[in-house]
Write a protein that binds this ligand. Structure first.
Ligand SMILES: Nc1ncnc2c1ncn2[C@@H]1O[C@H](COP(=O)(O)OP(=O)(O)OP(=O)(O)O)[C@@H](O)[C@H]1O
Length: 617
């Protein structure tokens, strides 16, 4: 499955990440606090107030216990016992209520933090250069971010609150304990240290485990998508893939669970060690307390209150250190997220340059070379083409000859490794990439079928402007989609998807017309159509190409097609072969040349003739 190099890369990255993370923890904690604060100031303050209330109520309970015990021991009347008992009950209720409300407030705050994290991650995911989507490393990070952007900010919130609450309660209870017996204080605080040490180690184990498992988890997720996806459902049934896919799914899950057992075992050992250490210190503290009682240095009431305080403090100190652990652990993941988000910053920095002009007279691509990231060979090995304003130019060639790659370069989605694309003599590298992409309208072979209304499916061709219903209709007409849309129960407002209630589905060809309408609506001077008629019936295809120049209204079109009957009408045809332009010219010129084009043309025409089809072709 090719996991091994990937795995060792992740491990090396993990080691690097760990070194960086240790140094950056403080700043990550500061970032987390700022994030939570920005996401919901009111809720943040409310939470802190609740923590403080709970902490003070706890400390009050220590003093109340002492008062109750003193009252009991001095054998006062039942009436005199009532006030401290009532205070104790009231404080206990107050701390429980404050803790209970905290849980709900935390949930609201965590959701806000999650939302703002998602927002940032999605901006990056839609903004980074397309080349990132060619590498597994990018998907690994994206996968971790998707998982952790959802859970970690919540945990940071909890961790911070745990720390704040633990700290406030520890200080308050410690102050109360100090009034009873100051000697015990350092011992109780010492009790938290073993847990602090083991917690830090556990955090690192958790992060390393997540890093190591990324690829396994992604494989597992891929198999769930195959088994639950709507598009895949047909083939899964038609080929009877259910058992086969399940077996693969189980295999990845087995691997994960095997590793998880080892990981959980290591974490459990650490937890037990930490707790044993804490219990040992607690034992010493209690022995010291017994010694203090034996020495007569502390009264019975004071001893009772001290026992309550020691128990409370031990819990609070642990909660404080647990909070530190959660923030530390999340910090490692947030560091990961941080590096993902920095891709967005880099993308924003890359998007600089002059505005691309709104029209051109001539686009010339000169000697373009391009290799996909991680590919061994070049997809384009020195391609030169020319597009003049208002022309319809065709790209033909065998599968894998480089047509779509050339289209992607001309659309500004990738940059050539060498060579240049010139708009009226100016290298497009000078233009702001996003402004160049605005000047190009592309319909890909595998265009997206958006689960939006028919009108929105067209109008998002220019998502930066409010939709213009007249232009949407005109684009639909030009693409031959108007009639289909009109026949839908809700016309242009019809939701197109069976995924949501009230949606309708279209046929492949009908979807293709909608995608074409989207590209016409975009109103860019260059329109690139990658096999625009692959799903169209012969009548629709004929109608499209005979009205293409009208639909383009003076714009330039570059289209890719394997159907020579549509290609022959182009002003110029480029024949690509193995990443190079093998021939170019008009249909007549290429036929006269009797080269590769003529051969492919005759092959297709011959197939028709043999089957008694179009003799003119
Ligand atoms: N994302 C990618 N990563 C790596 N290599 C790729 C990628 N996409 C395409 N290639 C390779 O680049 C070469 C050109 O592919 P391209 O898609 O441009 O061909 P095409 O002429 O459009 O083919 P088709 O007629 O099948 O659509 C092929 O060898 C292909 O394997």
């Amino acid at each position: 499955m090719g996991d091994e190099p990937e795995r060792s890369l992740s491990l090396r990255a993990a080691a690097r990440a760990r070194r960086r993370s240790m140094g950056q923890l403080t700043s990550l904690v500061a970032t987390s606090v700022a994030l939570v604060w920005k996401s919901g100031r009111g809720l943040f303050v409310l939470l802190l107030a609740l923590q403080l209330t709970a902490a003070l109520a706890l400390a009050g309970q220590v003093l109340a216990v002492q008062a109750v015990l003193s009252a009991v021991l001095s054998e006062v009347s039942v009436g005199a016992l009532a006030p401290p008992v009532l205070v104790l009950a009231g404080l206990s209720a107050l701390s429980l209520i404050a803790t209970g409300v905290q849980g709900q407030v935390q949930r609201l705050l965590a959701e806000r933090v999650t939302r703002s994290m998602w927002r940032r991650a999605l901006i990056v995911a839609t903004g980074v250069a397309l080349r990132h989507f060619e590498t597994p490393e990018f998907y690994n990070r994206l996968s971790r971010v998707q998982t952790n952007a959802l859970t970690r900010p919540y945990q940071v919130t909890q961790g911070l609150m745990g720390m704040a609450g633990g700290l406030a309660a520890s200080v308050a209870v410690a102050a109360a304990l100090a009034t009873v017996s100051p000697i015990l204080l350092p011992l109780v605080v010492l009790g938290g240290v073993p847990v602090l040490l083991t917690n830090r180690r556990e955090s690192r184990l958790e992060f390393d485990f997540a890093l190591e498992q990324t690829v396994t988890v992604r494989w597992r997720e891929y198999f769930t998508v195959l088994q639950t996806g709507r598009d895949e459902a047909k083939e899964v049934r038609a080929f009877g893939l259910s058992a086969w896919l399940m077996e693969r799914f189980e295999r990845h899950y087995d691997a994960y669970q095997r590793d998880l057992v080892g990981h959980v075992r290591r974490r459990t050992v650490l937890t037990v060690l930490g707790q044993l250490g804490a219990a040992l210190v607690l034992l010493v503290t209690l022995l010291v307390l017994v010694w203090l009682i034996a020495q007569g240095r502390i009264g019975v009431a004071g001893a009772g209150a001290a026992i309550v305080a020691i128990r409370m403090l031990a819990t609070q100190v642990q909660s404080l250190f647990k909070g530190v652990q959660v923030v530390f652990e999340s910090g490692l993941f947030l560091d990961d997220l941080d590096r993902f988000l920095s891709l967005g910053t880099a993308a924003a920095e890359e998007d600089r340059g002059d505005e691309a002009p709104s029209s051109f007279r001539r686009i010339v691509a000169e000697d373009l070379h391009f290799r996909y990231p991680a590919a061994e060979t070049e997809a384009l090995r020195g391609v030169s083409v020319e597009l003049r304003a208002g022309e319809v130019v065709a790209l033909v060639g065998e599968n894998g000859s480089g047509k779509t790659t050339l289209a992607k370069l001309l659309a500004g989605l990738y940059e050539p490794d060498s060579g240049a694309i010139l708009w009226d003599g100016r290298d497009v590298a000078e233009f702001r990439p996003s402004s160049l992409r605005q000047r190009v309208s592309v319909v890909f072979q595998d265009f997206v079928r958006y689960a939006f209304s028919a009108g929105e499916n067209i109008a998002i061709g220019r998502a930066d402007a409010p939709p213009d219903p007249d232009r949407v209709r005109a684009a639909a007409r030009a693409a031959g989609a108007e009639e289909t849309i009109e026949s839908l129960p809700e016309g242009f407002d019809q939701l197109l998807s069976r995924l949501f209630p009230g949606g309708r589905e279209l046929s492949g060809g009908q979807w293709q017309r909608l995608a074409l309408a989207r590209s016409f609506y975009r109103d860019a001077p260059l329109v690139i159509l990658d096999e625009p008629s692959a799903s169209l019936d012969p009548r629709a295809e004929h109608a499209l190409f005979s009205s293409l120049r009208d639909a383009l209204r003076g714009r330039t079109a570059l289209f890719i097609s394997h159907r020579f009957s549509t290609v022959r009408g182009a002003d110029r045809i480029y024949v690509l072969h193995d990443g190079l332009v093998a021939e170019s010219g008009s249909h007549e010129e290429l036929m006269a040349r009797d080269g590769r084009y003529a051969e492919l043309y005759r092959l297709q025409a011959g197939a028709f003739l043999e089957s008694g089809g179009d003799r003119d072709a």
